[in-house]
Design a binder for this molecule. Structure first.
Ligand code: HSE
Length: 395
């Protein structure tokens, strides 16, 4: 970016040819990567973290554009101040140039709030919040009541939406479609896998190759409980611990029944296979099916009893299931412990891609929500930029 102090704008490359990248890129650019891209005719974007837009590099002519070097933060309404909502609220304090929270929606106004949450921001009135015409609405309330109202009304009002609510997104086909195939109006990476880039990796892979199977450990609470039960702790004590650690859903039945995995699998499979894999197409078994015999059988085989979500292609269509399985040491899902999540994606070319990380808890999910919000911000500012340049052309 070249700054021009006589104007309030800077110029930067809107597009850059491969040779221009190599000529001016300096330490920002890996020459080998650019040469590789050129050999394969690939396009890529060069951008600073948190910046708007970026430079499109590829088989293009180089061209400059004007950008506002310090765009105003986008305005955000936050739904929910629970485990994840409060995490997002606190994280945004470190990003004042990027986000400005204009209101926080809560269900119960009479509840005590942490001291660092200014009370004038908190309301239970959706009408009041939407009057502020936010650019972005972040929904971390969960469930299908208030959360559904917030998401639908925000979308009708033209706001971008980030949601970590796998249940809501999976049970409403219109939202399932938008969260799976849309781009940056409804972003839901945070709804699956906590910090694990599960939806993102599936989306990136399927753009290049056909996916034939996805198989994963997608519920941190169940994985944590299974670990503890294996170590001799009672089921009830293990569940209480998971709740204390902020891993479980507000209604932990959603975790232990396997339903939370069903919702996540619906989103993943829809994106992987390009058709709506609604929850009614997924068979489900939960932790109530753990027996001493199953645990023993796993041990006898040096394996682990895990709650596994899988979906695969057959000549008769997609098959999808959530259930307990014994995972053996040679399998890629082996050794996924505590609240970790892991997803194995297999493509038609027998390529196996594995993503792994913390799948539940305040910070893993918060990281993912903030990253979705940053994606929306870039999209919002790019649109703003396009509007600016159209206005400039017209005048
Ligand atoms: N209760 C969920 C889990 C939270 O344990 O995986 C993250 O989606």
């Amino acid at each position: 970016v070249r700054e021009d102090s006589s104007l309030d704008f800077s110029t930067r490359y809107a597009t850059a040819s491969y040779s221009e990248c190599l000529r001016v890129g300096g330490p920002l650019i890996q020459p080998k990567a650019v040469e590789f891209a050129e050999r394969h005719g690939l396009k890529f974007t060069i951008a600073r973290c948190c910046s708007q837009g970026g430079t499109l590099a590829g088989p293009v002519e180089s061209r400059f554009e004007s950008v506002d070097p310090a765009p105003a933060p986008i305005s955000v309404v936050l739904g929910g101040l629970g485990t994840v909502g409060l995490g997002v609220f606190r994280w945004f304090k470190s990003l004042p140039d990027e986000f400005r929270i204009v209101g926080v929606l809560v269900k119960d106004l009479s509840k005590d709030r942490p001291e660092d949450v200014p009370l004038h921001l908190v309301t239970d009135s959706l009408d009041v919040l939407l009057e502020a015409r936010p650019d972005l609405v972040i929904e971390t309330i969960g469930g299908t009541g208030t959360a559904a109202d917030l998401v639908h009304r925000a979308r009708s009002a033209g706001c971008r939406v980030v949601s970590a609510n796998k249940q809501l997104l999976a049970i409403e086909p219109e939202l399932l479609k938008e969260a799976s195939f849309g781009r940056d109006r409804l972003v839901a990476s945070a709804s699956v896998g906590g910090s694990v880039p599960a939806l993102e990796t599936v989306g990136g892979l399927v753009a290049r190759e056909e996916i034939v199977t996805i198989k994963g450990i997608l519920n941190g609470t169940c994985n944590f409980i299974l670990d503890r039960v294996n170590a001799g702790v009672s089921f009830e004590a293990a569940l209480s611990q998971a709740q204390e650690l902020g891993l479980a859903e507000a209604d932990p039945h959603l975790d232990i029944s396997g339903l939370d995995c069903v919702y996540k699998l619906s989103l993943l499979a829809t994106r992987a296979f390009g058709e709506l894999v609604t929850v009614d197409r997924i068979t489900c078994e939960g932790l109530d099916q753990i027996t001493a015999e199953r645990l023993q059988k796993a041990k006898d085989n040096d394996g682990e009893l895990k709650l596994v979500a899988s979906a695969w292609k057959t000549p008769n269509g997609i098959v999808a299931r959530v259930g307990l399985e014994i995972i053996l040491p040679h399998q890629l899902l082996f050794g996924c412990t505590k609240e970790a999540n892991r997803l194995v994606i297999e493509t038609e070319g027998h390529r196996q891609v594995v993503v792994n990380g913390k799948g539940a808890g305040r910070w893993p999910t918060t990281v993912s929500v903030v990253s979705d919000a940053l994606l929306c911000r870039r999209a919002e500012l790019s649109v703003g930029n396009i509007r600016e340049s159209e206005r400039a052309k017209a005048s």
